[in-house]
Design a binder for this molecule. Sequence first.
Ligand code: ADP
Length: 627
Amino acid sequence: MKQFKTESKKMLDMMINSVYTNREIFLRELISNASDAIDKRYFRSLTDQSFALPREEYGIDISIDKENRIIKITDNGCGMTESELEENLSTIAHSGSGTFKSENTDENISIIGQFGVGFYSAFMISKKISVRTRAIGSDTAFCWESEGTEGYTITPCDYEPFGSEITLYIKEDTETENFTEFLDQYKIKGLVKRYSDYIRYPIRMDMEITKPQYSDDENAEPKYETTIENQTLNSMVPLWHRNASEVTEEEYNDFYKSAFFDYNAPAKTIQAHIEGTVEYETLMFIPQKAPVDYYSKGYEKGLTLYSNGVMIMDKCPDLLPDYFNFVKGIVDSSDLTLNISRETLQQNYQLRTIAKSLEKKIRSELSKLMTQDREKYTGFFKEFGAVLKFGVYNDYGANKDTLKDLLVFKSVATDNYISFKEYTEAMPEDQKAIYYASAATEELAKSLPRTNLVRSKGYDVLLFTDEVDEFVATTLGTYADKNFINVTSGNLDLSSDDEKESVNTLNEESKDLLAFMGEVLKGEVKSVRFSNSIGEHPVSLVSEGYISAEMARVLSQLPGRENMNLAQTVLEINMNHKLTESLKNLFESDKEKLTAYTEILYAQARLISGLDVKDPVKLSSQICDLL
Ligand code: ADP
């Protein structure tokens, strides 16, 4: 008996004691070795006909002997010579190990990551493994056998065909561990489907099929008949390897629905073959509807990652930025090595390159959908727009430029959802800024006095009804060099010089009146003033400084902030309203009544802005007194 090299021994120890918890991958590893071996034979046969097979005869066979606890995996690939057996199965392959140095603190996992799990993973479920193999063109066959860390033997043996036969002697169950499940034909079939569905060669297995026998006699006990059916378990050609023009929309939709558990067809299907520093294929879907768990903590983003048709990871999160976390789909790249572990993927250069190019692709496809089918895009945006908006202001706006052109908002002039680009392009020449009205509902935002004033100048107004919308605008700062201005902002500045002059004069003349009213509302507003920018309404609340009244409303809903007056609010009184004269008169004749008027007007302004009234009972009796 020969001894394994130290490193191999360490690895084997880990496999046998199974620190690597994902046991079921053993089958994936053995099948992809078999597939590689067939590739090698096939390519060699192109120059040496003596061991060529008709293409359809290449394949991988699995058999299960439940009674004797044996699984066999047989391939008609290139096989191994004696020295190849020694080299390949008795020392650890160092392929790709240099790239991932052990930054991981968990030493075991990182070693597996460095060397790949490979053939040895079969020791996770096997107490003994034997490999009978005959290399193409060779007269002698050899048998490699090992029960694990003790060592291995290589002896000549009888094995007729070219290729390899791997025999796994499955471990006995223990109190805590179930190995017998791997002797179940449906379990094995499931694993082939899950991990190896797109291996190019057929993976065949004899399946025991039990069917009821029907008889004419209705009262007869039902009889069952068991037959053996040799089935090809894998579908071989993945959808994304087929020419896009040959795949029907229905096929794409069916694949999406079954692979990603959705009842609805996707809003958009994206298929691409990307060549560049890293070559890969991708098939992605933008769902129509958010999954039920989408806005919960349990939702996991990610694309399924394949290396040449072999599944490496179910939901690889590093392929998608958070703001595109709704995208479903797969990535398949032959530039990725199979033996990459979940832990080392993050540091992988190829993966980062793919992720970057996917991001660009998703962005351009979304923007295409936006121009080509606005209705569909709006539907998508209603489901997932919150995530895009979050992407804009998250990370201090690091990704705002990637995302700003994917946002749409309802506009008053078009009564449709439009982008900032469309808004700014349609602006009249004299319009200085992008105007938005912010409120809890569309109706409220539309009916704000200032919204109508801005509209009367011929300018469009965007309706910000999502609590985060103003944060988005604040993060963006400008779009196409235009500032975002809340219509209720103190610096709306739509008046002509003459108009400004007359407002200033009135405010100057009424200094004492306004100061009195300001004193009444002390702690509520910063000041009171006359204005000609209110439109029809008698009063309006405007804000000065960074935070608008609507943002203050949102912030005040946060726990602990209820009593904070965050906005620097100003109460504006319409100078063109007949109210102005009454206020002036009251200041001379009845200060008590003026106090009540001031409080009522302030309450009214709050209501119009969608804010609540602090003391409704008092307000109600004040109104009654006046009537
Ligand atoms: P890896 O596949 O990452 O190289 P493995 O430990 O799985 O690592 O396999 C080591 C080597 O053994 C393979 O590279 C291959 O050369 C050889 N090998 C494994 N299985 C087979 C097989 N069924 N037929 C021929 N060669 C094989």
